[in-house]
Design a binder for this molecule. Structure first.
Ligand code: CA
Ligand code: CA
Length: 389
C-alpha cells in the first residue's frame, strides 16, 4: 500500500480538468514571446500579427489586426502545420474582440465567426463552416473560450460552455490557422491565446458493450466466465457489463473483465457508469488501471467502491480515500483524472470526492471487477467506459 499524501478532507477545492492531455500545438499560449513556430500569412502583412501582453493566460497572446485591408489584404493570420489529427479531438482557444467595429470575422480551425453587432454588453455572432451558417450566439467583450469537440462523424462548437452547433462532418486537421478579416471597417483587431489541440483517442474498445459481445474485454478469472456477462438495460445503448461473484463461496474471490490499451500514457481521463444491482448486500467493486511495473497485480491501481449495505460506498484509492459516499439507485457515474504530475482527482455523480498522489503514471490496461466481502449474490454493472489522454 502507498500512503496517501493528500487526504480527501483537504482536497475539496475545484480542480481544473481541461487540458489534461498534451497539445500538439507548439507555443499555443505564445509564452515564447515570439510567433515561432507560427507562420505569418500572408507574409507581406507580418506586422499585423504581433505578440502582445493582454493575455488570457500567462504573459503573452497573439494580436491580429487587418488594418491594411483597404490596401488589398483580404485577411491576416498565422498558421502551423501539424501531424494530421483525426477525431476524436478537442481544439480550444481563447478569443477576445478588441475593436468597436462590428462587421468583422475571425476564426481558428474549421469555424469562422462573423460578428454582427452589440447586444447590450454582449457581441452577437454567427458561426460559419465555409459559407454555411451553422449557429449563432453572443460573446463577451472580454476573453471567450472556444471549443471544437470533434467526434468521428460530427463536431460540436461550444462557446463559453454553451453548445452553439453540431456540424455533421468528420474532421482531420493538418494545419491550424488563426485569422481575422473585415467586411467593411478598418481598424478592428482580435486577440488569441491558449490554442490547444488534444487528441481524444479512446483507448477502450467496446466500452459501451454495444458490440453485443465482450470482445476485446477478457473475462477473468476464466473459470468464472458465467458471472461476467452482458445484460440489457445499459446506461447508454442496449448493453452493459454485469459482474456477479455468486460462486465466491466456492473459491472465487473476484471476477471481472479487462482489456489492454497497449500504450503507456502519463495522463488518464477515465469515465464510466456503474450500478449496484443489490444495494442491500455488502461487496466490493473495483476499477483498476494497471501498469507494467511489477506486473498487473503488483502495481494495479486499487480504486475500490465498497458497498456498505445502506446505499453508501466507501471509496478506496490504495487506502481509504472517502468513506460513506451515497449512491443513487440505478446508474451512477464516475470520473477519474490523473494529470501529468500523477495527481488523481475523483468525481462520483459529478461531485468532487478528492485527490491523492501516485508515485508513477504509466498504465497499459483497464480492469473492471467485483468481489464479495460477506455475502454471496451481489453484482455490479458497468457501462460507457471511456479512457482518453
Ligand atoms: Ca498566453
Ligand atoms: Ca452500453
Amino acid at each position: 500500500m502507498i500512503a496517501l499524501s493528500v487526504t480527501w478532507t483537504e482536497a475539496l477545492s475545484p480542480v481544473r480538468i481541461v487540458s489534461v492531455g498534451k497539445s500538439v500545438i507548439l507555443n499555443g499560449g505564445f509564452e515564447a514571446g515570439t510567433l515561432d513556430p507560427w507562420v505569418p500569412e500572408p507574409s507581406a502583412y507580418v506586422d499585423y500579427a504581433t505578440i502582445t501582453v493582454d493575455a488570457y493566460e500567462g504573459n503573452y497572446c497573439l494580436a491580429l489586426g487587418p488594418t491594411r485591408m483597404a490596401h488589398g489584404a483580404p485577411w491576416v493570420g498565422v498558421y502551423q502545420d501539424i501531424t494530421p489529427v483525426s477525431a476524436p479531438f478537442a481544439l480550444t482557444y481563447a478569443l477576445k474582440k478588441v475593436s468597436p467595429a462590428t462587421l468583422e470575422r475571425a476564426g481558428a480551425g474549421p469555424i469562422t465567426f462573423k460578428f454582427t453587432g452589440l447586444l447590450g454588453e454582449m457581441i452577437a455572432f454567427t458561426a460559419y463552416r465555409g459559407d454555411t451558417a451553422v449557429g449563432s450566439g453572443t460573446m463577451t467583450k472580454d476573453w471567450n473560450l472556444i471549443e471544437i469537440k470533434a467526434r468521428p462523424a460530427d463536431f460540436d462548437l461550444i462557446v463559453n460552455g454553451t453548445k452553439i452547433a453540431t456540424v455533421s462532418e468528420g474532421l482531420t486537421l493538418g494545419r491550424v490557422e488563426l485569422w481575422t478579416a473585415t467586411d467593411e471597417y478598418i481598424g478592428g483587431s482580435f486577440l488569441f491565446d491558449s490554442v490547444s489541440l488534444i487528441e481524444e483517442k479512446d483507448y477502450i474498445v467496446n466500452g459501451g458493450f454495444e458490440a453485443g459481445t465482450l470482445d476485446p474485454w477478457r473475462p477473468v478469472p476464466s473459470a468464472y466466465v458465467d458471472y461476467v456477462k452482458l445484460v440489457h438495460d445499459g446506461y447508454e445503448g442496449s448493453y452493459c457489463l454485469e459482474c456477479g461473484p455468486t460462486r465466491a463461496a466456492h473459491g472465487a474471490t473476484w471476477c471481472g473483465a479487462e482489456q489492454d490499451f497497449n500504450e503507456r500514457i502519463n495522463t488518464v481521463n477515465l469515465s464510466l457508469a456503474f450500478q449496484k444491482v443489490d444495494a442491500t448486500i455488502k461487496d466490493i467493486a473495483g476499477i483498476s488501471v494497471y501498469g507494467v511495473i511489477g506486473g498487473r497485480f503488483g502495481e494495479s491501481i486499487g480504486l475500490q467502491l465498497w458497498a456498505q449495505g445502506d446505499g453508501t460506498v466507501d471509496v478506496y484509492m490504495d487506502s481509504l480515500l472517502a468513506p460513506k459516499i451515497p449512491l443513487k439507485s440505478g446508474w451512477n457515474t464516475l470520473r477519474l483524472v490523473i494529470d501529468s504530475a500523477s495527481y488523481w482527482h475523483l468525481w462520483i455523480n459529478d461531485v468532487f470526492i478528492g485527490s491523492t498522489v501516485r508515485t508513477y503514471g504509466l498504465y497499459d490496461g483497464l480492469r473492471l471487477w467485483t468481489a464479495h466481502a460477506e455475502y454471496v449474490g451481489g453484482s455490479w454493472r458497468f457501462d460507457a467506459v471511456s479512457l482518453t489522454k
